[in-house]
Design a protein around this ligand. Structure first.
Ligand code: ZN
Length: 164
């Protein structure tokens, strides 16, 4: 399982629904959890690993590791929250992203059971960021062109560091 980075085309393709939570799906999710920790991420979406399916994993500091399959996000009020977000697929980029502050997420969990969670703060930003990945949306799409250019310059600098 490899980490795909911008501008890999798989990151831009809408993902397919997971039809059933098979042992293969669970094996992919387990490996994604391992990789998420190894790559120091708090979230990792399947398309970032080359799997074009609607699922992601999350591991917030001090919490367990959770899988979300076929997530649906509902915005619960008009409040917004702005947070600096990074993305494993955009190494070196940090972008201030404004999102709905409180969301409800409905999904299947690792065992294929329906779960509902209400999230605020970093968990809310994380589930929205990862669900965006499943539609081919990246954080560079969330900002105006100047910030986007600067963020991509950082990605470029990160991948081609000036030595000396
Ligand atoms: Zn990301």
């Amino acid at each position: 399982m490899e980490l795909l980075t911008y501008p890999n085309k798989t990151l831009r393709s809408p993902c397919q629904l997971v039809e059933s939570v098979t042992p293969q799906i669970r094996a992919d999710l387990s490996l994604m959890m391992e990789k998420m920790d190894a790559w120091d991420g708090i979230g990792l979406a399947a398309p970032q690993c080359g799997i074009s399916l609607r699922m992601f994993v999350m591991h917030l500091p001090g919490e367990g590791r959770y899988a979300f399959i076929n997530p649906e996000i509902e915005i619960l009020n008009d409040d917004t929250s702005s947070m600096e977000e990074g993305c494993l697929s955009l190494p070196g980029a940090l972008i201030l992203v404004t999102r709905p502050a409180t969301v409800k997420i409905k999904a299947l969990n690792y065992n294929g059971k329906v779960v509902n969670h209400i999230y605020t703060g970093i968990a809310s930003a994380c589930v929205q960021h990862e669900t965006d990945h499943l539609s081919g949306i990246l954080i560079i799409d969330k900002v105006e062109s100047y910030s986007r250019r600067r963020a991509l310059q950082n990605v470029w600098d990160h991948e081609h560091p000036t030595k000396g």
